[in-house]
Design a protein around this ligand. Sequence first.
Ligand SMILES: Nc1ncnc2c1ncn2[C@@H]1O[C@H](COP(=O)(O)OP(=O)(O)OP(=O)(O)O)[C@@H](O)[C@H]1O
Ligand SMILES: [Mg+2]
Length: 368
Amino acid sequence: MFLKKLSVLNFKNYPEAELSFSEQINCLTGNNGEGKTNILDAIHYLSFCKSFFNPIDSQNILHESPFFLIQGVFGMPDRDDEIYCGLKRNQKKQFKRNKKEYSRLADHIGLYPLVMISPADSELITEGSESRRRFIDSVIAQFDREYLENLISYNKVLSQRNALLKQFGDSRKFDKDSLDIWDIQLIEYGIKVHKCRQNFIERFVPIFQKYYELISGGREKVNILYSSHLNENSFADVLEKALNRDRAIEYTTVGIHKDDLEFTINEYPIKKFASQGQQKSFLIALKLAQFDYIKNIKQVTPILLLDDIYDKLDDLRVKQLMELVSGDNFGQLFITDTHPTRLSELFKSSSVDFKVFNIKNGAVGNGD
Ligand SMILES: Nc1ncnc2c1ncn2[C@@H]1O[C@H](COP(=O)(O)OP(=O)(O)OP(=O)(O)O)[C@@H](O)[C@H]1O
Ligand SMILES: [Mg+2]
């Protein structure tokens, strides 16, 4: 599976553009603010029906224009698939595959797997635990629908339980029986989600460590630890112990909604003790492991988008990374760089097919 063609109309800073891609490597070069990342985002739309960066679709319409259109052709082993995504201001987004409109966008997601590596990934290290839970959830949900359903059910029960705790506080009454009704369900869904996350991390970490070693040349040891209230104790016990505190602050303080991932380098927390380049290498390894994981489970090689890859990485690490991603395990790549020739110099000496696009102020020229 690879993206053959992309055309956009009034998307972000592009009034109109058409690009035909290489099945292997596509380099998008240009100065800051010219529109390199915007092309990656249009490709992201074709896979996930939404922007990687901006959840408000209408803000991706070119300023002052009434609509945007993104169209793509994916080359499949036995056919071509045409994807259409259109948005008019103040209207519902239209999303079509081979001219047929989806009634549920969720049915599209996963058909054309894609992994984006972007400077915005740094929030996984710098932000709170929610961003790390979102990461782990998004990876598992790509291959396990039941997981997503359990998670949604858990969150529904959780908000009911919190509402009840609030009600107890407001009315100054407490009724253990009605709390138990929610607890039984919370425990049922919570245990399932916990088990899935635990199994996933166990299989994911060795893959992640392998990629980190390949990028860093084995200079540091990294790890990911899954922290959860449910790791050592039963959920029922944990809830019981927290009951007084939960009642006092009228909120459920324990459960899988508090899970976190601890990122370490040489056994110290990465946020405090890793250099910028080490943090960036860590995030890239995390995303490459996600790529590998999806590839193995779906038996389809995802498209890989690499935004601003020279940002914070030294030349040696970029070279190692480029050798890795242009190898047999990877498929189609899209890479952005502000330097006009640095990437093509790297690929020239290898046998891979690559294409360069020069991006200038929302217009695309061929770089060769
Ligand atoms: N809805 C929109 N309408 C018009 N222009 C927009 C819209 N959204 C974003 N832009 C413009 O797109 C440009 C940014 O494009 P993009 O992020 O692709 O740049 P880039 O080439 O990746 O730059 P950098 O090298 O700094 O990452 C900015 O000039 C921004 O103003
Ligand atoms: Mg950019």
